[in-house]
Design a protein around this ligand. Structure first.
Ligand code: 6PG
Length: 466
């Protein structure tokens, strides 16, 4: 048994766990860290402790009882392990060893429904549970991530000092960690963050595809660089410029990377949540499907042999036109993401604060961007992006640019999944009439599903013997 009393504990020393541990230790907290010493991980704790032997406030454990015993009460344990069934196994091991009032924080990308279930399980066992979305990758974890904690407010307050001190800072020096709401809300928000991330990545990939018909990687990097200051600036744009320029000898590394995109599921979870809640997030699902389509590499290669592409007569739109279309698509992406959160907030009574969510996403996370600062301001008075000053006018003014980009995509056979989804969302949301009257008539024709009438104000449903 150890006589050290740590103020905080981290369970799991993978890439994210070890980076966040060093971040916590840097802030001066007495910190206990645990990793199992089996299954190929025998040396993890030893190696970590040796590499950081200068940090006297860091205490390593491979024995779970000793780890738990090393912490002052109420214990605060951040688990940083792969999301999925392992989290349940770890909770099953941890909970019986903990005391009333101890707080477990799941910092992985857990599904919000699992977080809700685990939250309830912990409540039954007298242990507090926080599901915290953490974004920023390895560097963010080490230097300051964006943190989205959900659970009981009182439990959050027990751990807020540590979480808030390790998070990134916004432009005004405020921490990019804020209490989100009850049960699974923190992980829901992180899931939507990842959905928005998928789209932001896909939009850049689509522009890259279209530009690369006639441009070198360096020329594309220059275009992106010219957008990278001011209102379009973002982390994902910045890293894309670096990626485009990265060389291996004389060759661009990007040209050697196999065009099959992977995923760990959070993008598809956002789409599923949107389907469940009945809200259109067409851009996120398009981004997910674009990744899926890319994975059919062998079939694509085989069929491409039978298709002749003539790109000679293809005219690229002016860079400024593409820029405006990109800006418009990004706004619509954020509109869809925030609308998804709004509906979840209403359905689950979470009372989410969108201005604060935009603020904690203004730094530390993968989708940090200049736009988040504007949204932080905008959501102080509006709950809808399209109602914000300038946004609607801006979108209306640049509809033609988005159309020009889509036209160029058609001419060059460049697929523009997300740009297309953005355009039709905008068109539909600003159309007085949609052909849904015909859908209703068809439904009523074959299934007596009934319809409402434009010449009846009662809202009643009617059926016709067609
Ligand atoms: C973050 C990232 C992080 C991770 C994604 C990648 O916010 O730090 O979103 O969570 O990079 O899980 O997801 P895919 O593997 O599905 O692209």
């Amino acid at each position: 048994m150890s006589d050290i009393k740590s103020e905080f504990g981290v369970f799991g020393l993978g890439v994210m766990g070890s980076s966040i541990s060093l971040n916590i230790a840097d802030k001066g907290y007495e910190l206990s860290v645990f990793n199992r010493a089996e299954g190929g991980e025998e040396a993890v704790v030893d190696d970590f402790m040796k590499a950081n032997s200068h940090l006297k406030n860091l205490h390593g454990f491979t024995d779970l009882d000793a780890f738990i015993e090393s912490m002052a009460r109420p214990r605060k344990i951040l688990i940083m392990i792969k999301a999925g069934p392992t989290v349940d196994l770890v909770l099953n091991n941890l909970i019986p060893k903990l005391s009333k009032g101890d707080v477990i924080i799941d910092g992985g990308n857990s599904h919000y429904i699992n977080t809700k279930r685990r939250f309830e399980l912990c409540q039954e066992q007298g242990v507090e549970f926080i599901g915290a979305g953490i974004s920023g990758g390895e560097e963010g974890a080490r230097k300051g991530p964006s943190i989205m904690p959900g659970g009981k407010k009182e439990s959050y307050e027990v751990v807020s000092n540590v979480l808030e001190s390790i998070a990134a800072k916004d432009d005004f020096g405020k921490t990019c960690c804020a209490y989100i709401g009850p049960e699974g809300s923190g992980h829901f928000i992180k899931m939507v963050h990842n959905g928005v991330e998928y789209v932001e990545m896909q939009l850049l990939a689509e522009i890259y595809a279209m530009l690369s018909v006639h441009n070198s990687n360096e020329a594309i990097a220059k275009v992106f660089e010219s957008w990278s200051q001011g209102e379009l600036s973002s982390y994902l744009l910045d890293i894309t410029i670096q990626i485009l320029r990265k060389k291996e000898g004389d060759d661009y590394l990007l040209d050697k990377i196999l065009d099959k995109a992977g995923n760990k599921g959070t993008g598809s979870w956002s789409s599923k949540a949107a389907f469940d809640l009945g809200i259109p997030n067409t851009m996120m699902s398009s981004a997910v499907f674009a990744r899926y389509i890319s994975s059919f590499k062998e079939s694509r290669v085989a069929m491409s042999q039978k298709v002749k592409t003539n790109t000679n007569d293809f005219n690229l739109p002016q860079t400024d036109v593409i820029k405006e279309a990109y800006k418009m698509a990004r706004l619509i992406n954020h509109q869809q993401g925030f609308k998804l959160m709004e509906l979840a907030s209403e359905s689950y009574s979470w009372k989410l604060n969108f201005s604060d969510i935009a603020r904690i996403w203004s730094n530390g996370c993968i989708i940090k961007s200049h736009l988040m600062n504007s949204l932080h301001e905008g959501f102080k008075t509006q709950r809808d992006l399209f109602q914000m000053d300038m946004v609607f006018t801006d979108l209306l003014d640049h509809e033609k640019d988005l159309r020009a980009v889509l036209q160029a995509g058609l001419n060059s056979r460049s697929s523009l999944h997300c740009f297309t989804a953005a355009y039709y969302y905008w068109i539909d949301m600003t159309s007085e009439r949609l052909p849904a009257n015909l859908i209703q008539a068809q439904r009523d024709f074959f299934g007596a599903h009934t319809y409402q009438r434009t010449d009846d104000q009662s809202g009643d449903y009617f059926h016709t013997k067609w």
